[in-house]
Design a protein around this ligand. Structure first.
Ligand code: IPE
Ligand code: IPE
Ligand code: MG
Length: 250
């Protein structure tokens, strides 16, 4: 995985018309805590700033013609964090669902929440449902927000569903194909991500879209998520265009 240094970012905005745009982009929105620490602020301030960056980048991706955007907001492992941080994240999520997402009201973005939402409060679950309902008939970019999401957890759910269908006689083991597994994931019906961007410089997936990322191009960027700008997104698109995708062929 290549590490992209901040200093490599060109001054001029990339000519997007010359680029082959990925259909589906995933972003691991990482680095909020370090961003806050650098400023002597509580980690929660980093999460608040990160939420603003999400708004900006989702709108930008939609405007330039990206069809699917999946953002990793909270992992199944993030519950390990101190209670004070979890509480701040849940508060932020609630405020966001109440006010922030309505920001997208004038956009054509379709909102979906992927992950095991049963772990959240009734209020949060209702707000997620409401936001999905409000946006479901729009014709723009699909934005998947991954909350209490883990790729391993998603696969376990899929295997349980498939096992139940086998037990009931609806399916037989021979019916298990890659397509069948894909159809039991939260991203059912969506193309796999072409490009996955990880700001904050970490070289790992941290359990993001494990099945779906089999042939995704990874762009690791040396920038903290709250500092991420539209021009950084352009830079990732440019790097994606330099890649030679072979899918196992030659
Ligand atoms: C990502 O930023 C947001 C969540 C995981 C909720 P982090 O909080 O992981 O920020 P760092 O990695 O500690 O800087
Ligand atoms: C991945 O970041 C999860 C999200 C960005 C939501 P983490 O900060 O949780 O990942 P690790 O712990 O560095 O692998
Ligand atoms: Mg992190």
């Amino acid at each position: 995985m290549a590490l992209f240094k901040k200093k490599d970012i060109p001054q001029s905005i990339v000519d997007l018309s010359s680029l082959n745009l990925p259909t589906h982009v995933g972003i691991i929105m990482d680095g909020n805590g370090r961003w806050a620490k650098k400023r002597g602020l509580p980690r929660s301030a980093g999460h608040t700033a990160g939420a603003q960056t999400f708004r900006k980048i989702a709108r930008y991706a939609s405007n330039i013609g990206i069809k699917y955007l999946t953002v990793y907001a909270f992992s199944t492992e993030n519950w390990k964090r101190p209670g004070v941080e979890i509480n701040a994240l849940m508060r932020l999520f609630k405020d966001y669902l109440n006010e922030g997402l309505r920001d997208f009201r004038d956009d054509s973005i379709v909102l979906k929440f992927i992950g095991d939402r049963s772990a959240f409060s009734k209020e949060l679950i209702e707000l997620m449902d409401e936001n999905e309902e409000i946006s479901k008939d729009r014709d723009g970019m699909v934005c998947n927000i991954a909350v209490n999401y883990g790729g391993q957890d998603e696969l376990i759910h899929a295997f349980k569903d498939i096992s139940e269908q086998i037990e009931s006689g609806e399916l037989s083991p021979e019916d298990i194909t890659k397509e069948l597994v894909s159809d039991h994931l939260y991203t059912k019906g969506q193309p796999d991500p072409d490009l996955i961007i990880r700001p904050s410089g970490e070289h790992r997936t941290s359990n993001f879209l494990l099945w779906q990322s089999a042939y995704s191009e990874f762009v690791i960027m040396d920038i903290l998520w709250p500092d991420f700008k539209e021009s950084d997104f352009d830079l990732a698109l440019q790097e994606y265009n330099n890649r030679n995708r072979r899918f196992g062929g030659i």
